[in-house]
Design a protein around this ligand. Sequence first.
Ligand code: BTN
Length: 260
Amino acid sequence: MNEIKHPLLNQNELNLALKEQGFEFEIVNEIDSTNSSIKKRLNSLNHKFVLAAEAQTKGRGRQNRSFVSHESKGIYCSVLWKMPFDAQQVRWFSLMSALALAQAILKVTGLRVDIKWPNDLYLRGKKIAGILIESELNPEQTEIALILGFGINVYKQDFEGELKDKVGTLEDFCDLSLDRNKLLIEILKEFDKTCEIPYTSESRLTYSRFNRLPQKKLRIQKNDYTFEAYLLGINEEGYMECIKENGEIMSLTVEEIHFV
Ligand code: BTN
């Protein structure tokens, strides 16, 4: 079977479309990980530097997982965002980045994804995108550099082993011919609009509309303590709240909990 050739990521097209927003692009054919590469060059790169690769050899996900990044089949991209440090704003940034991806995908493909807290994207139960945010604070703790890495499975491809049943692509669910440049442009426009806005009840509501909460009791490990609870939704500080069987409500942060 002949492979269909999809357009490659195009640095000129991207630079031109997002000049007004001030993004600066570097597109490479292959790299270990776009997040790792930005991390190494953090001090010499500017706010809104964007690095995207056609393929990654060591794509990384959250909780030390790897992220499969087949050549030219997805968007593997990291954005450097430098801003004044505010813990609540950073929590919010993580949720808003998922919302930006969801809104852009809806706009370009008509597909309505579910956000699984904090920032995994699913279509009919299959994971199609994930976000890895890494950060570095300056010694005075006044400025933070966030590396916002996202991977989206765009075109149909074969996944191996246990991923086969768990992972999907946009193309699996969409008849339109997809262009990664157009999608990336829309994603970055959405990031630009939403990522740094302060918390508002309206944006919390919008996030909640996309956020699919499991309807079953979960086993949660918070540091050394394991318990069962239902997830309730995001509270005003950007924490996920859960309710235990005895009615106690607890708030959870991404860093300290695991579902077991
Ligand atoms: C996850 O699903 O746990 C997060 C996946 C994040 C993958 C992206 S691809 C671009 C960037 N570079 C990486 O090494 N990881 C992120």
